[in-house]
Each structure stands twice: as C-alpha cells, then as structure tokens.
Ligand binder design. Structure first.
Ligand SMILES: [Ca+2]
Length: 157
C-alpha cells in the first residue's frame, strides 16, 4: 500500500515537471503573436524586417514610460547567436529599435518588474546555457537600454 502511494506520488511529480513549461521547443510566429495584447503589430513589423531571425520571447511593457506599450524581444540571429533588444513604439505606430545585448542560450524568460518604484519599469531577462543559469536587470535610460545588474549572464549567453 505504501509502495503504491509512493509510485503514484512519483508519477504525479513527473507529470508536474513535464507540464511546468520547461518545453524549450521554439514557438511559432503566430503563437507568440496571439499572446500579445497591445504589441502584435510591432512584433509582425519586426518579424517581416528580420525574417531570418527566430523570435524566442516577446514581452510587452512601457519600458520608456511614455505611455505607449513597447516590446522586449529575445531572438536568434543566425549570424551572431541569441540577442535581446526592445522595440519602442512611436506615436505613428512605427518603432525605434534599441541597442542589442547578448541573450541566454535556452529557457529564456523576460518579465517587467518595477524594482526602484520609479518610472520607467525595469525588465528582467533570465535563462540558461547547459546547467548554468543567469539573469540581468535592464532599464531604459537616456534613449538606451542599460544593464543595471546581473548575475551569471556571461556564462549563459
Ligand atoms: Ca513606451
């Protein structure tokens, strides 16, 4: 009886691990687009202008605090590897592309987090390379994205 309980708990744990979003297979363009509420137009423009890139993550947020929703992207550029940049929406609904940073090799994630309670919102990029993990916090300052703080990013990019 105890043994079968242990086996069923192990199976449940295994199912939980499988369904935890660890799947690292690339998302399709349309799948990412459907997850975006306010920036799918910027996403499609960028995709059309950079069709050789594989876009891995797209996260929305107003990173320059101008009231217009911007888009942070992690993508694979076949010439140089994984990169992160932001598309800042302009009032005519085109975008200005930010400076680029190296981005993690796998399990990438981007999320908005107001770390200092002062606009603009910061954003966090995290990811892995093999077993190594890293993250970095970025902020839009004077027209550029700056790396505010990070840990282990050199080992996972
Ligand atoms: Ca903005």
């Amino acid at each position: 009886m105890k043994g079968s309980l242990l086996i069923s708990q192990t199976i449940l744990l295994f199912i939980a691990i499988l369904s935890c979003g660890c799947d690292n297979s690339p998302k399709k363009v349309v799948e990412i687009q459907q997850e975006l509420n306010l920036s799918s137009d910027l996403y499609l423009k960028f995709y059309k202008e950079h069709s050789s890139y594989q876009i891995i993550v797209a996260e929305e947020g107003d990173i320059n605090a101008d009231g217009l929703c911007d888009l942070v992207l992690i993508y694979h550029n076949p010439r140089v590897g994984n990169r992160m940049c932001a598309l800042m929406r302009k009032t005519d609904n085109t975008y200005e592309i930010s400076n680029e940073f190296k981005a993690p090799v796998s399990n990438q994630n981007v999320y908005m987090r107001d770390i200092d309670d002062t606009p603009p919102v910061e954003f966090v990029v995290q990811g892995m390379k093999g077993a190594k993990t890293g993250f970095a916090i970025y902020r839009f300052v004077d027209g550029r994205i700056e790396d505010v703080f990070g840990e282990g990013m050199d080992d996972c990019c």
